[in-house]
Design a protein around this ligand. Structure first.
Ligand code: BG6
Ligand code: MG
Length: 226
């Protein structure tokens, strides 16, 4: 019998709007490299690791063979320097709407809360937001071998929470993240555009809409389908 026991969140674009800062930082690097890209292309970078994102941008400009490994590392570092500068001033006021209320509600109901982030900056960001104590376990990119859409980061979080994957909901704003949740055999809730996140079990347009009753209903409906 499947029972909802845990909710595992992505960080960037779900807990806080750092997805926008990743976009701006990559765009700055793209400008230096003369590889312009728009928000539509950026959707394919969301949830994807730093090195893989760089490869995708270089491939877009047909420049994937123009740099040595060391030069690519330098480019990735440059992007991260831009990003770290952009997130330096975030505070708990940068939590997305309703997130603090939703996390508190889940905690109050005795559900476990996990974080499954592809970012190596996840600890710094959650610390600045003041939400680390609300998470029972945080998995960041530093300890994960395979980047989303691989399910590893979600499975690792579920294991650390002591909850079977089929009793978890995953919340994501990225196509790659929804694929990761589905491959982990969890129920996927998307935050964003229904057309972009069409493989999710349910999509909310704003984090404000997330609440315990809604996620329980989605979980129970999905349970019947699986
Ligand atoms: C993900 C973001 O959470 O983390 C991606 O959606 C980002 O856009 C990735 O590239 C890696 O982040 P970082 O902070 O390790 O460069
Ligand atoms: Mg995200």
């Amino acid at each position: 019998m499947k029972t909802l026991e845990a909710v595992i969140f992505d960080l960037d674009g779900v807990i806080t709007d750092t997805a926008e800062y990743h976009f701006l930082a990559w765009q700055m690097l793209g400008k230096d490299l003369h590889i312009p890209f728009d928000r539509e292309f950026n959707e394919t970078l969301k949830g994807v690791s730093r090195t893989e994102s760089l490869e995708r941008i270089l491939a877009l400009g047909n420049r994937q063979n123009d740099f040595t490994k060391d030069e690519k590392e330098e480019l990735a570092k440059k992007k991260n320097d831009h990003y770290v500068e952009l997130i330096a001033h975030i505070t708990n006021e940068d939590l997305l709407p309703g997130i603090k209320r939703f996390l508190t509600e889940l905690k109050g109901a005795g559900l476990k809360i996990g974080l499954a982030s592809a970012s190596k900056n996840a600890f710094q960001v959650t610390d600045r937001l003041g939400v680390q104590p609300l998470f029972d376990h945080i998995v960041d990119a530093a300890t994960v071998a395979h980047s989303k859409p691989d399910p590893e980061v979600f499975l690792k979080a579920a294991k650390a929470l002591g909850v079977p994957p089929e009793n978890c909901i995953g919340v994501e704003d990225a196509q790659a993240g929804i694929e990761a949740i589905n491959s982990a055999h969890m129920v996927a809730i998307g935050v964003g555009d229904q057309d972009v996140l069409r493989n999710a079990a349910y999509v909310v347009s704003s984090t404000e809409q997330l609440n315990l009753d809604l996620v329980k209903t989605i979980f129970d409906k999905q349970k019947v389908k699986l």
